[in-house]
Design a protein around this ligand. Structure first.
Ligand code: F3S
Length: 418
């Protein structure tokens, strides 16, 4: 790789031991992947965030880099906390787990992380813009930054993201380059109306499975998806496949037209998606053997204030069924707004529990012994069964709320209604 004089100095150790190690590692990654040089980055988003996924090795590595003098050179945000940030004891977090989580927190804080603890850093913390280079790790956020914002980031991994933050650069490769952002597969959406809220994550899930790591171009999407629709679509696509970018014609800043999205490429495959395909995907996202619902989990990726307000409207002051846990996961930003609006207090009075700055997948939920989990999240439906040890029901938020109130499956389809 070509290195600037400053980069050579960093490599020689003049910026400290941690920066030297970071540069050595990134040069190796760049060389292996044929990068010609580094590109400066605006910010970084870390995934060394939860003891559940970092384990002891991750905690010790973060501590070691911090001890070596690792300091972030650009703004660095971080994925959800590994346990409820407001009430980890009430969330039944084991003591040892909590201790290790706090060690991890101390290490990344020492390096200068912005402790936003959320997988949606694009809401209010670092808002990506078209053409900006980033080094993000959280798969749903990577897909969102590339797809909804037109920013440029590969799917970084834990530790490599820390190193990018320390040197403020990433090797110029993958999705940082125009030639690697061209569409490869055409997706013809044959649904002549705007999608319903639950159809975005279902479509994302379906496309994730069909595309793998290839770049899709979705043509024919009606209406104008909200930012939450795109968040939920990207979260599902990035979980069910290795998707980091899907051009949505008319939505993605680099895809005003199908031609622009393919940028000279010919589609290697054409996938037609109809309403029936979305319904079939939804069925495949459920594996429940009972209609009893004892856990409703919303907020993967983290719920926004708009989504919390919507649940408040749907619940209309009714009580959650005593045999059902109804948890909403959100970052401190959305929670504070919900508090200021008074809706957090009202939802809690109804029996909703807010799990602060954490998530159902990377916090220890298995010990609760839930049997059937219901969610409106495509990403959660993908990981939930293994990570939470439950059966899974994927549904719309309206159906999730009604099921939380009745304690059993309520779906708005006559043939399946319980
Ligand atoms: Fe966020 Fe956790 Fe889902 S990190 S995207 S809430 S799995």
């Amino acid at each position: 790789m070509y290195l600037t004089p400053e980069e050579k100095e960093i490599l020689a150790g003049s910026h400290g031991e941690a920066a030297k190690l970071a540069m050595e590692t990134l040069v190796k990654i760049g060389d292996i992947n044929g990068a010609e040089r580094f590109v400066p980055i605006k910010n970084v988003h870390l995934v060394l965030h939860a003891y559940k996924s970092a384990f002891d090795a991750g905690v010790e590595t973060a501590e070691k880099i911090a001890e070596m003098g690792g300091k972030f050179a650009v703004p660095v945000t971080i994925d959800p906390y590994g346990m409820d940030a407001e009430d980890w004891k009430g969330a039944k977090t084991p003591e040892h787990y909590a201790k290790q989580q706090m060690r991890l927190e101390a290490a990344v804080m020492k390096m200068g992380v912005i402790p936003n603890w959320t997988c949606t850093p694009y809401y209010g913390f670092t808002s990506p813009r078209k053409g900006e280079h980033l080094a993000w790790s959280e798969s749903s956020a990577v897909a969102y930054a590339n797809t909804a914002c037109g920013a440029r980031t590969n799917r970084q991994t834990a530790i490599v993201d820390i190193f990018c933050g320390i040197v403020g650069r990433t090797p110029l490769m993958g999705l940082h380059l125009d030639e690697n952002r061209k569409g490869e597969v055409l997706i013809k959406l044959h649904i002549g109306r705007p999608l319903a809220n639950w159809e975005y994550p279902a479509l994302g899930y379906l496309l994730g499975q069909r595309l793998g790591a290839r770049i899709g171009v979705v043509a024919g999407m009606k209406g104008s998806p909200t930012s939450e629709d795109l968040k939920n679509f990207c979260g599902a696509a990035a979980a069910a496949g290795s998707v980091a970018l899907i051009h949505i014609v008319g939505v993605t800043p680099e895809a005003d037209s199908t031609e622009e999205a393919f940028n000279g490429n010919m589609p290697a495959e054409v996938i037609v998606v109809t309403e029936e395909h979305i319904k079939e995907t939804r069925e495949a996202m459920c594996n429940n053997t009972t209609e009893r619902v004892d856990f409703v989990a919303l907020g993967c990726p983290h719920y926004t204030i708009n989504e919390i307000v919507n649940v408040h409207k749907l619940l209309k002051g009714r009580k959650v069924h005593p045999n059902t846990a109804f948890w909403i996961y959100a970052n401190s930003y959305a929670l504070r707004l919900a508090e200021k609006m008074g809706i957090r207090q009202e939802l809690e009075k109804s029996g909703v529990v807010f799990r602060a700055e954490t998530c159902m997948i990377i916090s220890p939920v298995k010990d609760w012994g839930f049997q059937t989990m219901m969610t409106d999240s495509g990403k959660c439906s993908y990981y939930g069964p293994a990570e939470c040890g439950t059966e899974m029901i994927f549904a719309s938020v309206e159906e999730c709320v009604e099921s939380a109130v009745s304690g059993k499956l309520k779906i708005f389809n006559k043939e399946k209604q319980s």
